[in-house]
Design a protein around this ligand. Structure first.
Ligand code: E4P
Length: 222
């Protein structure tokens, strides 16, 4: 399972990109709205793409098909290999169909059920983002949607890549991998938490202390 960073924050992206564990970044209007309002959004996203290199999802803010297509055309002028992120609404599906006809990659966002994911796949979506955490928030089992989508996809050989989104903690990352998601897009905090284990830190501390002790013994002898 590939990992993307779900962020528009340059410091986070710079730090995580340097680790070599992410192959893309997803942004959304809310993530962009958290950043400095004086920053030019296009320049910010271009910088993000330069830092990470791979997948960059850029979301449209129109809700009508013509507006989404116009925005996609604009986005592709300044970021030719952007993936256009389109909301899972009927007018969005029509936009996905047209963008697919033009061979433009799309990421259908705000999918909360397997039937929505199926419609997105049928419209031609390259990626379908299933929002796990937001379903958990309202008392549903968000990951069960990822599991259903994977099962349907495998049974029927469907092509859209399954992207587990709205990740809240490291267990979501683990469960998304076990559910067979192709990608998990994670905010900075759960991604960094998923790298940590107290036994790793304690083990390293002991290794280094033992080595120092041994070095002193060697110096004494030699
Ligand atoms: C996906 O691409 C979205 O940006 C995303 O994961 C949003 O999740 P959240 O706002 O529920 O954290």
């Amino acid at each position: 399972m590939e990992l993307y960073l779900d962020s528009a924050n340059l410091n986070e992206i710079r730090e995580v990109a340097a680790l070599g564990i992410i192959s893309g970044v997803t942004t959304n209007p809310s993530l962009i709205a958290k950043e400095d309002p004086t920053v030019d959004v296009k320049e910010r996203i271009k910088e993000i793409h330069t830092l990470v290199g791979g997948h960059t999802s850029v979301e449209v803010v129109s809700t009508d098909t013509a507006g989404m297509l116009k925005e996609a055309e604009e986005i592709l002028k300044w970021l030719p290999n952007a993936t256009i992120k389109i909301p899972m609404i009927p007018t969005g599906l029509a936009a996905v169909k047209e963008l697919t006809r033009q061979n433009i990659p799309t990421n259908v966002t705000l999918s909360f059920s397997a039937t929505q994911a199926l419609a997105a796949n049928n419209a031609g979506a390259t990626y379908v983002s299933v929002f796990v955490g937001r379903l958990d928030d309202i008392g549903y089992d968000g990951m069960s949607v990822v599991r259903d989508v994977r099962a349907i996809w495998d049974m029927q050989g469907l092509p859209s890549l399954i992207l587990a989104a709205s990740i809240r903690h490291p267990i979501h990352i683990l469960e998304a991998a076990k559910a067979g998601a192709d990608i998990s897009t994670c905010p900075y905090k759960p991604l960094m938490q998923s790298l940590k284990n107290p036994l790793t830190d304690a083990g390293l501390k002991a290794f280094l202390a033992d080595y120092e002790k041994w070095k002193k013994e060697v110096e004494k002898v030699g």
